[in-house]
Structure formats: C-alpha cells, structure tokens
Write a protein that binds this ligand. Structure first.
Ligand code: ZN
Length: 185
C-alpha cells in the first residue's frame, strides 16, 4: 500500500517519535509499505513520521555507484532501521545536496559527518552496530533527524533559511505540485 507523504508544516514531523518493540503489530507489512511508498515517490529514504506514524522506523534504498564503470547499479541497497541510534560521528563533516519528500522543490547543501557508528534493529529484529559511510550514512542521518522532529532545512544557515522561507510557507500551505500523493497539513 502506498501512503500519502506528510508535508512540511504537519505537527507529526515535529514530534519525537517513539521506539517500538518486536511485537509491533504488522511490522513486516508496514516496512513493505514504506519501501513501496518511498520508491513510488522516487525517494532514497523514508521515515515513519513522513507517513504520519510517530514511531522510530526508517527505510533506505538507493542504487550503488560503481567507481569503475561510473554508473549506478539497478538493484537498490536497502536497509530497514528500527530504533536507530547514532553512537558516534566518524571522519570529517561534508556538504551534500539534500532534498526531502516532505519538502518538495527544496534542495540545499547540508553539512554532516561523513561517517557514523550506528546501532539499529532490522525488520527480522537482528541487532546491528556498524560504522557506516557515504550514501548510507548520509541518508541515515537525514532520516534519523525526522525521528527527532527535525528536518534538513533546520540545519541550514540563517541566510539560506531566509532565502527558502517562501517555499517552505508554500509547502506548509499545501501549495505545491508533486508526482506523488501528499497529505495536506
Ligand atoms: Zn526527509
């Protein structure tokens, strides 16, 4: 099932999401639906608050870049992050151009650590603690922000934030066109 995406301005995006336990009802179905929703919207990550659920569940899926052929693979690398927790930052902070399904038409460079040590459970409730880098680390940090009631535009400089103020107001007012279905605030 494809869920509508909750847009910037909705209170659920500002709430601290609750951890879940192993017995959360229909967890597998929810995770499947989140992947389906993410891919239908051409996203590379989706956090449960973006479909209106204030729980700590994230899915990520993005193609792997092959340095030798300089192309992206066809099969996405997927990770289901349940109750994810960033234990440590690793390496230098880097800028990367981010966007968000909840904030259409806004793309801005965001400064974040290049790597993190992440602890999480997957959909089969296997426990993971891994040092992750690159695209996975970037998407994970963006999505974990959603679980903490933050969006990527919160991390911009005051000047950049002023420059996109009008666009954010438009999204919050539902004045935005998307190829995927959005739930108006
Ligand atoms: Zn987002």
């Amino acid at each position: 099932m494809i869920y509508p995406i909750v847009g910037y301005g909705s209170p659920v995006l500002r709430k601290i999401a609750e951890p879940i336990d192993k017995d959360y009802p229909d967890l597998k179905q929810l995770v499947d639906d989140m992947y389906e929703t993410m891919y239908a919207a051409d996203g590379v990550g989706l956090a449960a608050p973006q479909i209106g659920l204030s729980i700590r569940v994230v899915v990520t899926g993005y193609p792997l870049y092959d340095e030798q052929t300089k192309t992206y693979g066809n099969i996405p690398i997927e990770h289901t992050l349940i109750n994810p927790e960033i234990l440590e930052s690793v390496g230098e902070k880097k800028y990367y151009n981010e966007g968000c399904l909840s904030i259409p038409d806004v793309h801005e460079d965001v400064l974040r650590p290049e790597g993190i040590v992440l602890h999480w459970f997957d959909a089969d409730w296997n426990e993971h603690t891994e040092e992750i880098h690159g695209m996975f680390a970037r998407v994970a940090q963006h999505e974990i922000d959603h679980l903490d009631g933050k969006v990527f535009t919160d991390r911009l400089s005051p000047l950049r934030r002023t420059m996109i103020k009008r666009k954010l107001a438009d999204v919050a007012a539902g004045k935005v066109r998307t190829l995927y279905r959005m739930k108006r605030p």
